[in-house]
Design a protein around this ligand. Sequence first.
Ligand SMILES: Cc1cc2nc3c(=O)[nH]c(=O)nc-3n(C[C@H](O)[C@H](O)[C@H](O)COP(=O)(O)OP(=O)(O)OC[C@H]3O[C@@H](n4cnc5c(N)ncnc54)[C@H](O)[C@@H]3O)c2cc1C
Ligand code: SF4
Ligand code: SF4
Ligand code: SF4
Length: 349
Amino acid sequence: MVEVEGYVGNFKARVRRAGGGETELGVGAIVVATGYEVFDARLKPELGYGVYPEVITTLDLERLSRDDSPTGGRIEINGREPKNVVFIKCVGSRDKSVGVEYCSRVCCMTAAKQALYIRDKIPDAKITVCYIDVRTFGKGHEEFYETVQGRGVLYRRGTVSEVGRQGDRLVVRAEDTLLGEMYEEEADLVVLAVGLWPAAGTSGLAKTLRISTGSDGFFLEAHPKLGPVETTTDGIVLAGCCVGPKDITDAVSEGHAAAVKASVPLFLGRVKKEPLVACIDEEVCAGCRLCENACEYAALVFDERRQVMTVNDALCRGCGACSAICPSGANQVKNTTKKQIFVMLAELV
Ligand SMILES: Cc1cc2nc3c(=O)[nH]c(=O)nc-3n(C[C@H](O)[C@H](O)[C@H](O)COP(=O)(O)OP(=O)(O)OC[C@H]3O[C@@H](n4cnc5c(N)ncnc54)[C@H](O)[C@@H]3O)c2cc1C
Ligand code: SF4
Ligand code: SF4
Ligand code: SF4
């Protein structure tokens, strides 16, 4: 997307075509579902990704296990089946050293699922999962985790400090935080359960669409409980991992919810608007244009001929940013004028 203007029911979007050039689309609503990117494991150099070919990520293992992979779905490293496999969880999640505090929610189950791929393909492999926590919150996930353990996959508490080489084998060094002691696990394959990060371009797209991102870098929903797929801009809705890490089940549910929310104004042919919008007293406005930059929704339009600011009611969200910055007091939000606020304060005190 290159540029978006207009409002719910009447957006004009200029988008780049895959083959080059641009197309202009007139649309009533926009669903943002741009997903995520996996953590770049090279940002944790102590884990050896990109240095040792025997260190791969869960995404690499997912691709390797497919029937159409170069090995035809066989799990082979350096042309051999690994007999000692160690999974390391929470790589690029819950880790302040890379600036991420959130849990990526899917990697515990991804590691469990992939441990079973290995058990099925290499029945005599020793498989160890080094974990900080095991989070199995979804429907049937706890039962699946128990099945995996029942198939001989060893879960070992451990914060991993390093992956190094000893002879022709890898050694994973970790601290068992339950016992308070260090341990080493030999491995001929190490799988990093990488976390989900915001997709590249998220902040640029947020600017184009005039919607917000949160401190974690993902798009910000209008309300975490009451408006989980809406944004603060009417007609632009969110779905899936672009809001934060989640599994396919939750991404699909959000996709359905977002489609319904987006289609309501299209079916109705009209939209409801809150009456709280900015209102400018043209007699008082000095035309300084200070308020224009304060508006994140491009709702203020300067009238060059009359040299006064005007408000596009359809775009205005009534946030009050322009009113707060107006030095002359010409700009006030309807029903919350300064006079009304002072009356309310007087009642309070
Ligand atoms: C290794 C691994 C294994 C996983 N295994 C499972 C599993 O077994 N079960 C499970 O439930 N979940 C699993 N997940 C999680 C699962 O991948 C996500 O839940 C799911 O992909 C989320 O879907 P989404 O549509 O939100 O995002 P995505 O799948 O990321 O889709 C987003 C799409 O938007 C496109 N896009 C991005 N930016 C733009 C743009 N500017 N313009 C146009 N298009 C754009 C992208 O190319 C992409 O096609 C796994 C994740 C990983 C990393
Ligand atoms: S889902 Fe599991 S592996 Fe992923 S960040 Fe959360 S606790 Fe760590
Ligand atoms: S109140 Fe002012 S700043 Fe806020 S959306 Fe309306 S015009 Fe823009
Ligand atoms: S800040 Fe106030 S005076 Fe200046 S242009 Fe905006 S409404 Fe007019």
